[in-house]
Design a binder for this molecule. Structure first.
Ligand SMILES: O=c1ccn([C@H]2C[C@H](O)[C@@H](CO)O2)c(=O)[nH]1
Ligand SMILES: [Zn+2]
Length: 135
């Protein structure tokens, strides 16, 4: 993906982060996804006093896109932003959701608080994934 597009997606993930509802962990996360048609969606982590009801930023963004009518495999790229010293790794639940809705080669950009960006992919995050192909 073009550097300018990556920078923009990362910026969207950073800018949405203040909307995080995370009173229990105080750990704010923002995510942004670009669709194949250029549309952007963002998401934040949304916690709950019943902790298991928490939704991560990545899933919030993906589920928003799907709720708007996008089909699986129409996501072009994902960016995730936390305020972490190291690159923030998406949790395994989000990784499995990425497997469902992205292509294996869909790029995932992970950021850390010094502003550096690491590019990986859905396949990089989930090797040997269980997917619809296995059903
Ligand atoms: O990649 C990640 C990792 C964690 N969280 C959220 C879940 C919870 O609200 C908080 C602490 O785990 O951060 C995300 O949104 N994305
Ligand atoms: Zn997650």
């Amino acid at each position: 993906m073009k550097q300018e597009k990556i920078d923009n997606l990362v910026e969207e993930a950073i800018n949405i982060k203040p909307n995080s509802y995370s009173p229990y962990s105080n750990f704010r996360v923002g995510a942004a996804i670009e669709m194949n048609d250029g549309e952007l969606f963002t998401g934040v982590n949304i916690e709950n006093v019943s902790f298991g009801a928490t939704n991560c930023a990545e899933r919030s963004a993906i589920f928003t896109a799907i709720s708007q009518g996008y089909q699986p495999k129409t996501i072009k790229a994902i960016a995730v932003s936390g305020d972490t010293d190291d690159f923030l790794p998406p949790c395994s639940i989000c990784r499995q959701v990425m497997v469902e809705f992205c292509e294996p080669e869909t790029p995932v950009y992970l950021t850390r608080k010094d502003g550096k960006v690491l590019e990986t992919s859905v396949e990089g995050l989930v090797p040997f994934a269980f997917s619809t192909m296995d059903m």
